[in-house]
Design a protein around this ligand. Structure first.
Ligand SMILES: NC(=O)c1ccc[n+]([C@@H]2O[C@H](COP(=O)([O-])OP(=O)(O)OC[C@H]3O[C@@H](n4cnc5c(N)ncnc54)[C@H](O)[C@@H]3O)[C@@H](O)[C@H]2O)c1
Ligand SMILES: O=C(O)CC[C@@H](O)C(=O)O
Length: 391
């Protein structure tokens, strides 16, 4: 029986992927084998040694101490692309709200008093204050062309916008999905110079912190719109507020409000709503529950942010899995210990990613406690699991 601790509400459709005869799930579980979460901040939490896998029902993993988990040989799974459409739709909503002054116009409308005739007069007199502009007359810059950025760029093109993209690390899959109509910016500065609106879709990491800076905001034409549904910190909020106050930037659409941002009239603050659709919550929960279950049951690794992909069909015998530092002769040392114990290797898979290597070995016999301890004792082994044979 595996124990799963949930740190946030996880869609029941996802939790149903973990059969109750094999999985105990709850928010108060001690010594869990796995953790499922959404935006819970794990950095200040003591993560029990019992934890073998962490599943983030979403895209961003900046709330999880991924490096610490890597050093313990614990994979962190996420749900790539599972909420991308939801975020894309809210980005488009934000762009439309900003370019048509929808928020201020609605506030104006809801403040009108009087009978129907008076309202009609006030509406017709007041609407001139909210004249907007149409998307096809504008250029959108998309920073980060991953699951969300590609969808935003393609959708904006289909709405008639000119679209300029920037992603020096774009994946082959994203490059295939990106419309050929999206122009490539040669640098971030190049992008800001050309764009009336800029939207960010990058993870919050050292390299992306503050990339929307005072200097870059100045490169944009007057009246620009900034959209940040990625993470607080990617835009320098102080610089954006200064630009709003000068009238250079017209609107800041943000999914990560702060006290200062919320009170600003030119800020459209959403309550971290990008992924909050039934569809996205279900997609994320199902995807990540499947990854955690496949890892706990079979040692399979799919959609981990810190481990290589690894899948080997079960051959029926005992399976061992080992995560170790990606240095020479680890597999050699492991197989020597198995041979010394008289164990035959029926099948073996070894993959690496960055500093981590991961090995799955199916054995013809049962492994003893002594051999497990000897493998765990090899310098560089981060974690080891023994999975019982499967009929
Ligand atoms: N508001 C929400 O509810 C919500 C929902 C989902 C995701 N997000 C945020 O959006 C981010 C992106 O999500 P995604 O699903 O598109 O992720 P993704 O991994 O598919 O895409 C991220 C892209 O950023 C690119 N990138 C990385 N560093 C870069 C840099 N320095 N400059 C330019 N590009 C860079 C990568 O190459 C990749 O293509 C997540 O990390 C998360 O923080 C927010
Ligand atoms: O879980 C959520 O509601 C938000 C998730 C989102 O921020 C993500 O990074 O996927």
């Amino acid at each position: 029986m595996y124990k799963i601790l949930t740190l946030n509400n996880i869609s029941s459709l996802g939790l149903q992927r973990l059969p109750r005869e094999d999985y105990e799930i709850g928010s108060e579980i001690s010594q869990p084998d796995g953790i499922l979460l959404r935006s819970f901040k794990m950095h200040d939490m003591v993560i029990p040694d019992s934890v073998k896998a962490i599943g983030r029902a979403g895209a961003g993993v900046n709330n999880i101490p991924v490096d610490q988990m890597s050093s313990r040989g614990v994979p962190v799974f996420n749900a790539p692309g599972a909420n991308a459409n939801a975020v894309k739709e809210l980005v488009l909503a934000g762009l439309l709200m900003a370019s048509r002054n929808i928020n201020s116009a609605m506030k104006f409308a809801s403040g009108i008093e009087g009978d129907d005739a008076a309202i009609s007069v006030a509406v017709e007199a007041g609407k001139k204050n909210f004249v907007g502009s149409e998307l096809p007359s504008k250029t959108l810059g998309v920073i980060g062309l991953g699951a969300i950025g590609v969808r935003v760029a393609n959708a904006a093109l289909s709405l008639g916008m000119k679209v300029v993209g920037y992603d020096p690390l774009i994946s082959v899959q994203s490059a295939w999905q990106l419309s050929s109509g999206v122009e490539k910016a040669i640098s971030l500065d190049h992008l800001f110079t050309q764009c009336d609106a800029v939207t960010v879709h990058v993870p919050l990491i050292d390299a992306t912190r503050g990339i929307v800076s005072a200097e870059r905001l100045k490169l944009m034409p007057k009246g620009g719109i900034i959209v940040n549904l990625a993470r607080g910190g990617i835009c320098d909020d102080t610089a954006v507020l200064a630009s709003l106050n000068k009238g250079h930037t017209s609107t800041y659409v943000i999914d990560f409000p702060t006290a200062e941002l919320m009170k600003h009239p030119k800020v459209l603050a959403f309550p971290h709503l990008g992924a909050s659709t039934n569809e996205a919550e279900e997609n994320c929960a199902v995807m990540v529950a499947d990854s955690v279950r496949d890892f706990l049951d079979d040692g399979t690794v799919v959609n981990a942010v810190n481990f290589p992909e690894a899948f080997m069909p079960r051959n029926g015998g005992t399976r061992i899995t080992i995560a170790n530092a990606n240095v020479p002769n680890m597999v050699g040392q492991i197989s020597t210990l198995l041979a010394n114990a008289g164990l035959n290797i029926a099948d073996l898979l070894n993959k690496s990613r960055g500093d981590i290597a991961y090995t799955i070995i199916d054995l013809d016999g049962d492994i003893s406690e002594e051999t497990v301890a000897a493998i765990r004792g090899i310098n560089g082994v981060l974690s080891m699991r023994t999975l019982p044979s499967k009929a």
